[in-house]
Design a protein around this ligand. Sequence first.
Ligand SMILES: *Cc1c(COP(=O)(O)O)cnc(C)c1O
Length: 416
Amino acid sequence: MNKPAIPNSFRTGPDEQGMFGIFGGRFVAETLMPLILDLERHWNEVKDDGDFKAELTDLSTHYAGRPSKLYFAEGLTRHLREVSAAKGLGGGAKVYFKREDLNHTGSHKINNCLGQILLAKRMGKKRIIAETGAGQHGVASATVAARFGFPCVVYMGATDVARQSPNVFRMKLLGAEVRPVTAGHGTLKDAMNEALRDWVTNVEDTYYLIGTAAGPHPYPELVRDFQSVIGIEARAQILEQEGRLPDTIIAAVGGGSNAIGLFHPFLDDRSVKIIGIEAGGRGLDGIEHCASMNAGAPGVLHGNRTYLLQNADGQIMDGHSISAGLDYPGVGPEHSWLRDSGRVDYVPVLDDEALEAFQLTTRVEGIIPALESAHAIAHAVKIVPAMDKDQIVIVNLSGRGDKDVHTVANMLGMEI
Ligand SMILES: *Cc1c(COP(=O)(O)O)cnc(C)c1O
């Protein structure tokens, strides 16, 4: 593979065409093009607008509860120091959690939803549509739609509707309409296609609120910028608490929004090692994983070019992960570019390893992490014992794990 030349800054993308190197862009039907261009025009207007930023900051503070804490995970650090000592290594870095689990609705997703609904309001759009897989983004979208009094339609694969009934009920309580999608395998990819179709047919009044840093330009950029609050805060907080930058930062990658949000403000700090964790599922040998960057190939999905899980004929495959939030078969295009340029390492973590980390964190920290976040913690568990005691690792705790207790009970062969 040809490595792209190392740029002076990793933080300048995308270019005017929405490209991060060879990734990204807007591969959409001609009928969608005017909508995308209109969105881009408004995005460019608001992104440096003081009033827009002030309104977003106000909501983030008083509605979502920002800034989220940067927490020294003393129990986990102590545990990993014991592991290190037992191995005769005598090390064990300090582990910090960026506490996105403490946000309103329990994850980082609210950051993006608040930003985009304000953008929708600016554009004069009154109807919100969204896609959802496990239902987390659907709930976050329905939440902000309720807050702003906008009608909201959430497209959700029929398979997912059946297996995520509590989130379907939450969305209905919040006043959203959930439309099951039976096309394909009835999962996230199909829901996203259906949402794009709705958008073209309801041009005038509808805003499509995409849930991750993927889709056609400018979505990957705007979702990244709304989520970058995570990294901006974390960077300032670690400088304040430790007087220096971390050695390593880690986040789980589904579509990649919480990860790019943490990573982006650190990309030009070359001393900081950056690691994205993909869902390794039951292993990369078979098809039961969702590691698009470790086991996929570049292709086009949902309007952008990126690494995808696909078979030899280029058909998109459904991924598997114990954690529903990580089983998107693609990944945001900026991650594909960061992968190829070598700035970020992308590493798989298996279902079983995430399950272990979920239990460990619950036990030694009194924090039940989302299974997505448990993937990132699992990687910290692997690398921290071999690091020095004066080193620092920040793990993005993207969400809380209450939603996952049934899955975990199931995996452990227990009944609730
Ligand atoms: C949705 C979700 C993810 C994965 O989505 P990204 O866009 O990759 O961040 C990770 N963690 C939690 C808690 C989620 O709800």
